[in-house]
Design a protein around this ligand. Structure first.
Ligand code: 2RA
Length: 330
């Protein structure tokens, strides 16, 4: 497999390279792609050095797979050009996610929708990915009626500039460039992305719309509040789920424990629950604080944490690529 990583020097691109290396992806040639100012610089991968190339050079090299994490407009412009060259694009931006012709995939949930004809595949939003991994086994068993989610999202979801802003604020340096309109350190910002006409942010609408598409069920009702907190390492989510059917709490835990990609950390007797600090650099989704919502019948509360740069972005994209290779869809 010849694999291009588009946006190789960004936060997600860097993690994509690390994940490809760690998971020993069957790669014969790596093609790192970045903006003109990085062209010619070297990227070390598995002890070998690969020069960063331009978009045009990469397309000319006709990779089998291109993992894109370079923003929506780059993706809209260049993913179709890779597709023309016979490359399968797995795109981490929001550009293609809600296009009805484009599959939006979390492998544990809906890899079965993929076919040989899919040459552009969308990787969902980070906060959506970790939630659907945990919702899917429960939906299959008890049928979800409604989800109420509130998120606590890491600054790494915004990018390097936001990490710098937080660390500068922490170190008392306030003259750097701001990624957010407000101070983030020692603060909480109840806005992720811009507001839409209905008063929700784009991030909140992504969680609602992408969840229904990935789960293949438009009847699921969802509402979301997405919040940026001064944390690195992962996104956390408080999720309240109302089911059509009755559930047994021990069975819920056991279903989650048996689900590929989930680690249940739920030992309140010993004060154990998932935290971003522990999820950092892990590929799994961590679930804990599993308990009944005693104010409503058939309703559950749980707490979901995952490394947003890993399962929320790079790992999920690499897992899609692994699935394509395994099923000979590329
Ligand atoms: C965030 N959802 O955390 C974004 C990243 N894709 O802001």
């Amino acid at each position: 497999m010849k694999v291009a990583v588009v946006g190789a020097t960004g936060l997600v691109g860097t993690v994509m390279l690390k994940v490809l290396e760690e998971r020993n992806f069957p790669l014969t040639e790596l093609i790192p792609v970045a903006s003109e100012k990085s062209v010619g610089k070297l990227i070390t991968f598995k002890g070998k050095q690969f020069p960063i190339v331009s978009m045009d050079t990469a397309i000319g090299m006709r990779p089998d797979i291109a993992l894109f994490s370079a923003g929506g407009s780059t993706s809209l412009e260049h993913a179709p050009r890779f597709k023309e060259a016979g490359t399968t694009v797995i795109d981490n931006s929001s550009a293609w996610r809600m296009d009805p012709k484009i599959p939006l995939v979390v492998p544990e949930v809906n890899a079965n929708v993929l076919s040989l004809d899919d040459k552009i595949i969308a990787n969902p939003n980070c906060s959506t990915i970790q939630m659907v991994v945990a919702l899917k086994p429960l939906h299959d068993k008890y049928k979800i009626k409604r989800v109420v989610v509130s998120t606590y999202q890491s600054v790494t979801g915004t990018g390097v500039k936001a990490v710098d802003q937080m660390m500068n604020e922490r170190n008392g340096v306030f003259d750097g460039e701001m990624a957010y309109a407000y101070q983030i350190d020692l603060n909480v910002i109840p806005q992720i992305d811009v507001f839409t006409e209905n008063g929700y942010t784009k991030e909140e609408m992504k969680m609602i719309n992408e969840t229904r598409k990935i789960m293949g069920d438009d009847s699921i009702r969802l509402t979301a509040t997405t919040v940026r907190i001064p944390v690195m390492g992962g996104h956390s989510e408080s999720v309240n789920i109302e089911f059509e059917n009755e559930f047994d709490l021990a069975e819920v835990t056991s279903l989650l424990e048996k689900t590929e990609g989930i680690i249940v950390v739920d030992d309140i007797a010993n004060n154990k629950y998932p935290m971003p600090k522990d999820a950092h650099e892990k590929d799994e989704v961590f679930v804990g604080r599993i308990r009944r919502d005693e104010s409503m019948p058939n309703t559950l509360n749980m707490w979901i944490v995952a490394d947003n740069l890993r399962k929320g972005a790079a790992t999920n994209a690499v897992q899609i690529a692994e699935y394509l290779v395994r099923k000979e869809l590329v």
